[in-house]
Design a protein. Structure first.
Length: 95
């Protein structure tokens, strides 16, 4: 029983870690990968790479604005994503 509780605590995702990843590598979606949002993390990463490759182009500027908006949205959405992934992990552990 005690081992199972310890394992559950180790699997929990942390808001602090998510925010650190958001601050350092948010433009590449690393906080979303950490929170098991692989598809949206991959989309952010691809948009960022395309924006960097096409630097100076008007389309790259639009992509940059989309990325910045998404990252600002995530600033407020991270606590919810952490809560959801931790509930999913708890439910998976009970099964």
């Amino acid at each position: 029983m005690e081992h199972e509780l310890k394992r559950k605590r180790e699997n929990k995702k942390s808001k602090l870690v998510a925010y650190i990843l958001w601050g350092l590598l948010g433009g590449f979606g690393m906080h979303r990968f950490y929170l098991r949002r692989y598809f949206s993390g991959l989309i952010i990463m691809q948009l960022t790479i395309v924006s960097i490759v096409m630097e100076g182009d008007a389309f790259a500027n639009v992509l940059s604005l989309i990325i910045i908006g998404w990252i600002i949205f995530d600033l407020f959405f991270i606590p919810y994503m952490v809560k959801i992934v931790n509930v999913e992990l708890d439910d998976k552990g009970k099964a």
